[in-house]
Design a protein around this ligand. Structure first.
Ligand code: G3P
Length: 232
């Protein structure tokens, strides 16, 4: 049941809307610009009913130590154990940096099914949050039984565009929410999200929150855009 704009009650527990800003590898949000952006975002007043997270580029993950009060996420994680695992992003390593969780299977970085299952299984044992991205209700159906922390529905064709998933695919959002609720997996939606109307509409459709990239990172004033997204 929705209590107010962005707050839900689940068996008496109050839950917040989750807003994940995906920094991708945009020049505006990597290297020094990533640090500057996180610094500015750390000064935003976040309403009580919103949880903000930032999925930063692999090249910047060390920044998590400089911003311990922010929820910093990775854009990918691997199930590999520490050791002979060249190029892999271990959950132990990410956790050691202060990273709270990770996107997985983003449409720009798809992962084979077996690895998805292994990574969600391993993350679950250590409380590392996995936001598993899917591009269709069929994929949601396939992966919801694995019980990731969230399933994020992002239609690939709308990513980076001006039409939001909440405007273009409302029925599919409801379908994905219905599928995932059977497994108690909260749903996020992303692609083309720009403003608080998109966030509100997503929540009305049953989502727990949104993923957003270009609407914040590439906007003229990222702080103003993010503040306005979460404020009303
Ligand atoms: O992970 C979020 C992302 O894929 C959405 O991108 O630019 O449409 O907000 P964008």
């Amino acid at each position: 049941m929705r209590i107010n704009n962005y707050t839900f009650s689940n068996q008496g527990m109050m839950e917040e809307a989750l807003v994940v800003v995906n920094f991708k590898n945009y020049s505006q949000s990597t290297l020094d610009n990533s640090r500057r952006m996180l610094d500015k975002f750390s000064k935003i007043t976040v309403p009580q009913n919103v949880r903000l997270a930032f999925a930063i580029s692999p090249v910047d993950l060390c920044l998590a130590g400089k911003f311990p009060d922010l929820n910093i996420f990775s854009q990918h994680a691997d199930e590999n154990d520490p050791g002979a695992a060249t190029g892999k992003m271990t959950i132990e390593g990410l956790t050691g940096l202060g990273i709270k969780g990770s996107l997985l299977n983003h449409s720009e970085n798809r992962v084979p099914e077996k690895k998805i299952a292994a990574t969600i299984g391993k993350a679950g044992k250590s409380g590392f949050e996995i936001i598993l991205c899917v591009g269709s209700p069929e994929e949601a159906e396939k992966y919801a039984p694995l019980r990731p922390s969230y399933i994020a529905y992002e239609p690939p064709e709308l990513i980076g565009g001006d039409i939001s998933v909440s405007t273009a695919r409302p029925e599919i959002i409801s379908d994905v929410v219905a599928i995932c609720s059977g497994y108690s997996v909260p749903v996020l939606v992303g692609a083309g999200i720009k403003n608080c109307a998109d966030l509100r509409k997503s929540i009305e459709l049953g989502a727990r929150g949104v993923l957003i990239a270009s609407g914040i990172v590439k906007s003229e004033d990222p702080v103003a855009s993010l503040t306005s997204l979460i404020s009303s």
